[in-house]
Design a protein around this ligand. Structure first.
Ligand SMILES: [Mg+2]
Length: 363
């Protein structure tokens, strides 16, 4: 990546992702991607690879499907009993199969998320900084690109957060929407204490104030009603969604295709949220290529009630992207719906060859 990105749970300087290529009988290929994260679904590149080779890919090999509907039915049946700790692995395989089926049947993989509801969407930016100087650098770029929404990663210390948000608000101006993401840095009491102080910066939402497994804490912060609470690390599976809804432990879900087990499972979560009156926003993985960004774009443009979008940063963050056409957001965070057959972008094989460190073929 062009620069390192850090938050309360991780620091990342390079992108290390899983790609799955599904090859049809006619030689046509579909591609999928995921970014396994140990602090999200509990997966690493290694465990995801093992899950793909041992259990996820074997039932998909030599499966015949005569239309998109059959493909979606098959993938949906494969989701039954999928553990949370294999969801990112499944995502890479699912997107590859949807891409292949979409190219074969002449349909966008995005059809699993319904018809296009909005041809144009706007993405927001993310500030992941630990010093005011870094915030100023990010803010200068964000103003240059005229993003209207920004998510600021916050830290454990209230003092540090006050300084970062003071700087962000001063340099971004009054009209930019600012949300914060604590990545589980606080206890529930600490979250309430900090939110009382930080709300003077006119924040739109707080994401994952407490650790992923602390549902009672999420419930407590939501009940405090200081800011809308977004569930991110707490929300990966359909079961997570049901728990959060039942216990009123969030107001908004952060949908990220990789952690949520692919497009079909993400849509199941989205529909549960919509039925329960919760909002959703489209999130992204740091270091994702245009493949995962395209999957996120389908959600952003096809789900009618998406509040905010993140991701599609492509070459703004990566030194080189592997897929074409580029779908990196433009000035103002503007982006268009992707409506080509399959996932809508395809890897450049020369770039793949330069990036790939480990290949396994399965027949
Ligand atoms: Mg988050």
């Amino acid at each position: 990546m062009r620069f390192s990105v850090s938050h309360a749970l991780a620091e990342r300087k390079t992108a290390r992702n899983i790609l799955v290529q599904a090859v049809g009988e006619d030689g046509r290929a579909g591609w999928g991607e995921s970014c396994p994260r140990s602090y999200v679904t509990g997966e690493t590149i290694e465990t995801a690879k093992t899950a793909l080779l041992c259990s996820i890919l074997p039932p998909m090999i030599n499966t015949v499907s005569s239309n998109m509907h059959e493909t979606v039915e098959f993938l949906t049946s494969e989701l039954a009993g999928l553990e949370r700790s294999r969801q990112a692995a499944f995502c890479a395989a699912e997107l590859a199969v949807l891409d292949l089926a979409g190219k074969t049947f002449g349909l966008s993989a995005g059809t699993v998320a319904g018809p296009i509801a909005r041809r144009r969407v706007r993405y927001g930016a993310v500030i992941a900084a630990s010093s005011c100087a870094q915030v100023r650098k990010y803010a200068a770029l964000i103003r240059l690109f005229r993003f209207r929404e920004v998510k600021v990663k916050v830290h454990k210390s209230l003092e540090q957060n006050v300084k970062l948000l003071e700087t962000a608000r001063r340099f971004l101006g009054r009209t930019v929407v600012i949300r914060i993401d604590a990545n589980g840095a606080w206890s529930a009491d600490e979250a309430v204490r900090q939110l009382k102080q930080l709300s003077r910066y006119r924040l739109a939402a707080v994401e994952q104030p407490v650790s992923a497994e602390d549902i009672q804490g999420m419930q407590q912060v939501t009940a405090a009603g200081l800011l809308p609470v977004v569930a991110d690390e707490s929300l990966c599976s359909v079961h997570d969604a049901e728990t959060l809804i039942e216990r009123r432990a969030a107001n908004i879900f952060n949908l990220r295709v990789s952690k949520c087990g692919g497009l079909i499972n993400t849509m199941r979560i989205y529909r549960k949220a919509a039925l329960a009156g919760l909002g959703c926003h489209v999130g992204a993985q740091v270091g994702e290529t245009a493949l995962l960004s395209a999957a996120g774009r389908h959600l952003a443009t096809r789900c009618p009630s998406i509040l905010w979008c993140e991701g599609s940063y492509g070459l703004l963050l990566l030194k080189h992207d592997i897929a074409r056409p580029g779908i990196t957001v433009g000035v103002g965070g503007r982006a268009r719906a992707v409506d080509r057959p399959g996932i809508g972008v395809a890897p450049d094989m020369r770039r793949i060859a330069r990036s790939v460190t480990d290949v396994t073929e399965v027949y």
